[in-house]
Design a protein around this ligand. Structure first.
Ligand code: AMP
Length: 388
């Protein structure tokens, strides 16, 4: 679905194939960005200190240096006509340094905003999105007040660096809250009221500098132990819920003047309310289904938004279920034959050298003529692989 000026033709700012694009971070998201860019004829520079990182393996140039290395950033700025990031926890100062030399999208201050759950929630509220009730815990001195504000069981979440369910603990009373805060290292946190969640889903969109917005079909997300396990598309949601979420995501993207791919996670509550959870200023795990099931995938769209190209068609070509492959499976050795014998399964591995429990090693997409069949294929292959 493309709206606004996303379909406008040439603009002076368009970076065409042959240009060099940079990405901060060499994980799987950087790798899939680099692959999409190279398919389209761009050159790619990756900055990541890990010599074996997934994106370094497929880039034209891999700058092996810390994200704060001024010399490497200077080199990146010289080599690249535009730079993006694959994760929100890069230092904003590095993005700002790059922005003085070359095009950077999303803007450094927006990436910085997405590093902190408090700032994200304040931003979401400002643009009219409902959030879970929460209390800010700057330090241990705020715990009594935080408990009295909610007076109900909740989740204590670190404000920064939390991902895949890490950095959060449940607390049912004040004593548990105090213990949880200590266990999380006494860092700034949010104490969030426990919600009656019916469904979790996400909106992935892209916005270009001309203001055009393209939404990918919504993904219904199933988590296990705080980590995304499966995405089901089309999401099994009433259209009114989907439309509310799209409008919320649109208000955030437009309100921030966002350029790039933006993922917004939502909860549908038992009482029908749609609640903002968090956002990511980049492609998202719940958008990996687009690699095989949409006309344009989220990484090509990231390239297009960064380069000022018209946004691609986001049409869904097939029902799809995405299944994450975590490092736990590598303990026995994954049973690839059991997966690859199915013609509707599309496997993506990230080239990570070391498998650890909970580490995202790859994913696969199950495509079938109906969503029921795609789900059945996902469940059958999970069983055969020994997942869950
Ligand atoms: P998050 O890191 O905020 O995405 O949270 C990880 C997972 O914890 C979510 O996918 C939900 O399943 C669950 N969760 C997060 N916040 C809440 C909440 N306020 N109430 C109930 N469950 C939550």
């Amino acid at each position: 679905m493309t709206t606004g000026s996303g379909t406008t033709a040439q603009t002076p700012d368009m970076l065409l194939p042959g240009a060099t694009l940079g990405v901060l971070g060499g994980g799987q998201l950087g790798r899939m960005f680099a692959l999409a860019a190279r398919v389209m004829g761009y050159r790619v520079v990756v900055l990541d200190p890990d010599p074996q990182c997934p994106a370094g393996q497929v880039a034209d140039v891999h700058l092996k240096a810390p994200y704060t290395d001024a010399v490497a950033l200077m080199r990146m700025g010289e080599l690249c006509q535009a730079v993006t990031t694959e994760f929100e926890n890069v230092p904003a100062s590095s993005l700002e340094m790059l922005a003085r030399r070359t095009r950077v999208a999303p803007a450094p201050h927006i990436v910085q905003l997405a590093q902190d759950r408090l700032h994200e929630k304040v931003c979401a509220s400002k643009f009219g999105c409902e959030t879970a009730p929460y209390a800010n815990v700057e330090d241990a001195g705020d715990l009594v007040h935080a408990w009295s504000q909610l007076s109900a069981p909740g989740l204590l979440k670190t404000r920064r660096m939390g991902y895949d369910g890490k950095g959060q603990m449940r607390a049912d009373d004040l004593d548990a809250l105090v213990a949880a805060h200590a266990a999380l290292g006494g860092v700034p946190c949010l104490f969030e009221g426990l919600l009656a969640i019916e469904r979790e889903f996400s909106v992935v969109l892209a916005r270009n500098a001309q203001g055009g917005i393209a939404f990918f079909p919504l993904a219904e997300n199933v988590h296990r132990q705080g980590i995304l396990d499966m995405s089901i598309v089309p999401a099994r949601l009433p259209e009114s819920v989907a439309e509310q979420a799209r409008q919320m995501a649109r208000r955030i993207a437009e309100g921030l003047g966002y350029v790039g791919v933006l993922a917004v996670e939502f909860f549908l509550l038992a009482d029908g309310r749609v609640v903002f959870n968090e956002m990511a200023p980049r492609p998202h795990n719940s958008g990996h289904y687009t690699l095989d099931a949409c006309v344009t995938d989220q990484f090509e769209q990231q390239v297009r938004a960064l380069c000022g190209l018209p946004l691609g068609d986001t049409r869904l070509l097939s029902p799809v279920v995405m299944v994450n492959l975590l490092g736990d499976l590598w303990a026995q050795g994954p049973r690839w034959e059991a997966l690859l014998k199915h013609p509707g399964v599309k496997l993506h591995l990230y080239g990570k050298v070391e498998a650890r429990p909970g580490r995202k090693m790859g994913h696969y997409n199950c495509l079938a003529p109906t969503l029921e069949e795609a789900l059945a294929l996902a469940l059958e292959t999970r069983r055969a692989m020994g997942i869950g």
